[in-house]
Design a protein around this ligand. Structure first.
Ligand SMILES: [Zn+2]
Length: 113
């Protein structure tokens, strides 16, 4: 399962950090783009299962949703997409595929005790 392997690599990273700082990790903050291809719910539940019996057992995965932002040639501006189905500028309707943001899958912070 895609989400499980991602959850496991996040846990590995958190474990390394816990080891290095000799502390406990209580939560991992992740930025997840709407275009990352990862299902948020599947990822958080995979995380909960996968972190059992690890150094970071009991920690939470906190996911921050990152909306899709595209660049519109006609407006010469960044626009936030309201729908994933239509890659068009929400202001003028021009089709655009220039994705500025939305593919993120990155750990941004660890909460430690
Ligand atoms: Zn536009």
């Amino acid at each position: 399962m895609h989400e499980l392997s991602i959850a496991m690599s996040i846990i590995e990273l958190a474990e390394e950090e816990a080891e290095r700082r000799q502390c406990r990790v209580s939560a991992v903050h992740l930025r997840l783009g709407a275009l990352s291809g990862v299902l948020k719910d599947a990822l958080t539940s995979s995380y909960e299962i996968a972190c059992e019996n690890t150094r970071v057992a009991g920690s939470k995965l906190i996911v921050e949703d990152v909306p899709i932002i595209v660049f519109c040639e006609s407006c010469q501006a960044d626009r936030t997409l309201t729908s994933m189905q239509w890659f068009c500028c929400p202001e003028c309707g021009t089709p655009t595929f220039k994705v500025v943001q939305g593919k993120e899958l990155e750990v941004i912070a660890l909460e430690i005790q």
